[in-house]
Design a protein. Structure first.
Ligand SMILES: C[S@@+](CC[C@H](N)C(=O)[O-])C[C@H]1O[C@@H](n2cnc3c(N)ncnc32)[C@H](O)[C@@H]1O
Length: 235
């Protein structure tokens, strides 16, 4: 198997929980490729993701829950397939969260983790990584949990720490992804996060980092990060 879709097309997913679903980009990837499923719950801390999620995800028995995963886990029912995409670096205490998530998998259930990571970056990916890190640092300064991306071994550590094993691994290094030298959405987001976090003027270190990254973006460019996808089952 070369990519996640190769697994999805032979997987009968049953009941699905997609944690931190946002507007449903990854959920759609599941519903479009899966062999079968019975229902999908998308869960996100942001209630305002609901409309976009319900509009964009194509499929049957789709619903949305507005909650933090931490609160949801206190009374969650069990699922056959649970997914979490590009959100491990948004979840405080993620090792503990993944342990609890593995506890709400049905027997022979599957956890699918899809996460961008920080290993072996090309120079444009390093730009994207550093811009994302600045945004994450600014979010933490305003009380929102967000951190820089994990390494592959850290992501694997969460899986093994939860008593799971990896059945399939898919790597998308994204080495050939388009390189943008125009100001990207990411640098614009960084700029507005600086203004929001420091309305009366940012510390020098922050202003300098923002400028360094804007210049690096123009000179070296920025491109999409590598992604690691793990299909995990009970060990
Ligand atoms: C980068 S987006 C990923 C969206 C989607 N999974 C995808 O791959 O397209 C991260 C999402 O995590 C959500 N999030 C952050 N902290 C959360 C939490 N504690 N519980 C649930 N969702 C959370 C954010 O609202 C955001 O929609």
């Amino acid at each position: 198997m070369n990519e996640l879709e190769d697994f999805l097309k032979i997987h009968n997913a049953g009941t699905i929980l997609d944690i931190a679903c946002g507007s449903g980009g990854f959920t759609n990837r599941l519903t479009e490729a899966l062999k079968s499923y019975t229902s999908v719950i998308g869960l996100d801390i942001k209630a305002d993701a609901r409309d976009d999620f319900l509009e964009s995800v194509k499929g049957h028995n789709i619903s949305f829950v507005a909650s933090t995963i931490h609160d949801y886990l206190t009374s969650a029912s069990h699922f056959d397939t649970i997914s979490v995409s590009n959100a491990l670096h948004h979840l405080e205490g993620v090792a503990e969260v993944i342990k609890k998530v593995s506890g709400i998998l049905n027997d022979r259930g599957t956890l699918i983790i899809n996460e961008m990571h920080c290993d072996d970056l090309t120079p444009p990916q390093q730009t994207q990584h550093d811009q994302h890190k600045l945004i994450a640092d600014l979010h933490r300064a305003t009380g929102e949990y967000h951190r820089e991306t994990w390494s592959r071994s850290e992501i694997l550590g969460f899986v093994y720490g939860a008593g799971l094993k990896v059945q399939y691994t898919f790597e998308n290094k994204n080495e050939d992804a388009e390189i943008t030298k125009e100001p990207t959405k990411m640098i614009e987001r960084a700029r507005s996060a600086v203004e929001k976090t420091y309305p009366d003027g940012a510390p020098d270190t922050v202003t300098k980092e923002l400028e360094r990254l804007a210049i690096r973006g123009e000179e070296i460019g920025s491109s999409a990060p590598p992604q690691l996808t793990l299909v995990c089952v009970e060990a």
